[in-house]
Every structure is written in structure tokens, then in C-alpha cells.
Design a binder for this molecule. Structure first.
Ligand code: ZN
Length: 354
């Protein structure tokens, strides 16, 4: 069994964008309810962590943006863009979310933990350098990647973003560098509009942004095929020092914002691919962070499926989340000729050996 850390704090539930907003505190409450069970809790460690400073967040964001988000502190309501609303504790939650990820990187680097899941809110992958957007205040995963490179001596970081939406903020943060390889699967065309297959990076970063835009109704076998045939081989060739996963459960079947059909055992399979890749190339250093996901069953079962694979032990939560040997074998040999996947494969082949 691996030493898997969970980063969690009541502040992440206190961030509340308001009545009827899909990015609601309930998204974490359903996960926390399962994590409170003794037999689940005992499988994990819960490290302490502190809010990130503006110096740390400033590696990825402008001073103006940090000050703008800080201004929301204590205010009953504010809006950073039409979708991105705040409550009195949102700023505190946002700086703590970044702190969870940077602490995760530190503990992976020191070897105190093997891998981790940061159950943070607000999410991060849409946040741009100078603009909070799409429910995201600061780009948690982008700051973590910068921290790994600028403060922890890592040379290459791979970010795998399987959220339903394209992580425009993360892509833009690293579009012109080869130090971060950003790979995204997303429903397309869809919010936020970016993530075309031909967006492949620029200058030194050419080839280090990989977009796999997909039409709706893709399920476990299509995602498995993308991971087996594109993401894992590219990761093997890139040999990152750390793998970060922007984990959105909005590709779960039945999610109200998306059309994808991934099941809980499907999430387990994608995680297993990442765990195995991390063990092969970077001593298992893998940090998963919560992005979107708006179906509460999807949140709960998806989270448990990912956690089971991270720690290497089935979590018996009464829900059918685990990956059977039969299903794992089926997904590992999944073949998919979907034109969107074929097109992505042909673009990726310009830069990587597939
Ligand atoms: Zn999303």
C-alpha cells in the first residue's frame, strides 16, 4: 500500500459562489462524508498545509489579479467574471488551495508521501495570469508546476487535464516552454472555446501542448484508448520529474454540464495509467487535484475510484467504484478509430514517437 496524502480543509467548503451555482460546496461535502468513514480515513495521511503567499502565487499571476481577488475577502458577494462569484471566505479558500498543491509538491519531492489528492475548491485550470474565470480564482495546478520548477529544482512537469473543459489558463501559462508538458482531453467545441487540436505550443514550447478535443458521448473505452495510445507513450518519452492531474469529474456520465460517459471504474483506469506512468518515470510522484464535476454521485464515486488506485487498495464504500481485473484488461486493449482521436494522434505524431 502506498502512502497517499489527502489535502482537505473546511475552508474549501466555505467558498460559496451562491445559490444555484453548479460549483457548490455540496461537491466536496459528498466526498468528505465518505472520507469521514474510519476504514477509508485510515488508508491515508492528512498533512498540514498553509495558505500560499502572494510571492508564490505571483509566479503565475499578476499583482493586479491577486489584489483584486484579495479585495473580495469578507464581502458577502463579489463577481470576478459573470461565472466566477465569491463569498466572504473565497479568498482565504483560494490561497489555501494553492498552498495545498505547493505543499503536495514539497512532500513528494522530500519523499514523505508517495502521491496525493488535493480536494480543493475553488478549482483552478481556467484562471489566466490576469483574470479569474470559469469558477476559478487562481490556477492551482499552474502555480504548483511553477513551484516544482522554480523552487524545487525539477526540470520537467507533465500536467494531464481530463476535466470536461479545456484548461485555457494552464495552457496559456506554459504555451512557450518545454519545461511543462500540458495534455488536455475536453469536449469541443465548448466552454471556454480554446483547445483546438492545432494549438500545439509556440517557440520552445512547440509540441509541449497537446490538445485532444472530443465530441460528446465518449466513454471509458475511448478515454482508455487515448491514455493507452497517446498520453502514456508521450509521458514515457518526456520523462517528467512530476505528474500533475487536473481531475474533473464532469466527464462522468450524467454530469449536468457535459455529455461524456465515463464511469467510476473508468476514472480508476485513467488513474491507474497515471500511477503506472509515474512509477515508471518519476518514482511515482503524482499529485491529483480537483477541478470540475457537477453530479454529486460522480463526485463521490469518482473520488473514491481515484483514491483506491492512488493508495493501491480497494476502498469498500458500498459503491461499485473499483476496477475489476476483467474490466482493466478490456480497457487496456481498447481500440478506438474515432476520427477525433485519429486526428489528435496524427498531430501528436509530428512531435512525439507514437
Ligand atoms: Zn470542467
Amino acid at each position: 500500500m502506498r502512502k497517499t496524502a489527502i489535502f482537505n480543509d473546511s475552508l474549501f467548503v466555505d467558498h460559496d459562489p451562491g445559490f444555484d451555482h453548479p460549483e457548490s460546496p455540496d461537491r466536496l461535502k459528498v466526498i468528505n462524508k465518505v472520507l469521514a468513514q474510519e476504514q477509508v480515513k485510515n488508508c491515508f495521511v492528512f498533512p498540514e498545509f498553509s495558505p500560499a503567499t502572494h510571492k508564490t502565487i505571483g509566479m503565475n499571476h499578476s499583482t493586479e489579479l491577486m489584489n483584486r481577488v484579495a479585495e473580495t475577502a469578507g464581502k458577502v458577494f463579489d463577481a470576478l467574471d459573470p461565472d466566477t462569484k465569491t463569498s466572504p471566505d473565497s479568498y482565504a479558500a483560494a490561497i489555501l488551495a494553492v498552498g495545498a498543491l505547493t505543499t503536495g509538491v514539497d512532500l513528494l519531492k522530500s519523499g514523505e508521501i508517495d502521491n496525493a489528492f488535493a480536494f480543493v475548491r475553488p478549482p483552478g485550470h481556467h484562471a489566466e495570469k490576469k483574470q479569474s474565470m470559469g469558477f476559478c480564482l487562481f490556477n492551482n495546478v499552474a502555480v504548483a508546476a511553477r513551484h516544482a520548477i522554480e523552487n524545487c529544482g525539477m526540470e520537467r512537469v507533465m500536467i494531464v487535464d481530463w476535466d470536461l473543459h479545456h484548461g485555457n489558463g494552464t495552457q496559456n501559462s506554459f504555451y512557450e516552454t518545454d519545461k511543462v508538458l500540458y495534455v488536455s482531453t475536453h469536449q469541443f467545441p465548448y466552454y471556454p472555446g480554446t483547445g483546438d487540436v492545432e494549438e500545439t505550443g509556440k517557440g520552445k514550447g512547440e509540441g509541449y501542448t497537446i490538445n485532444i478535443p472530443l465530441p460528446g458521448y465518449q466513454g471509458d473505452s475511448e478515454y482508455a484508448c487515448i491514455f493507452n495510445d497517446i498520453i502514456v507513450p508521450v509521458g514515457r518519452e518526456y520523462k517528467p520529474d512530476l505528474i500533475l492531474v487536473s481531475c474533473g469529474f464532469d466527464i462522468y456520465r450524467g454530469d449536468p454540464l457535459g455529455l461524456m460517459e465515463v464511469t467510476a471504474p473508468g476514472f480508476a483506469y485513467l488513474t491507474r495509467c497515471m500511477v503506472n506512468l509515474a512509477e515508471e518515470v518519476c518514482d511515482g510522484k503524482l499529485l491529483v487535484t480537483l477541478e470540475g464535476g457537477y453530479d454529486l454521485d460522480g463526485q463521490r464515486d469518482g473520488a473514491m475510484a481515484v483514491l483506491s488506485e492512488l493508495c493501491g487498495q480497494s476502498l469498500d464504500t458500498g459503491q461499485p467504484v473499483n476496477l475489476t481485473d476483467e474490466y482493466a484488461a478490456e480497457l487496456s486493449s481498447a481500440k478506438c478509430q474515432h476520427p477525433a482521436i485519429e486526428q489528435a494522434r496524427s498531430v501528436v505524431k509530428r512531435f512525439w514517437k507514437l
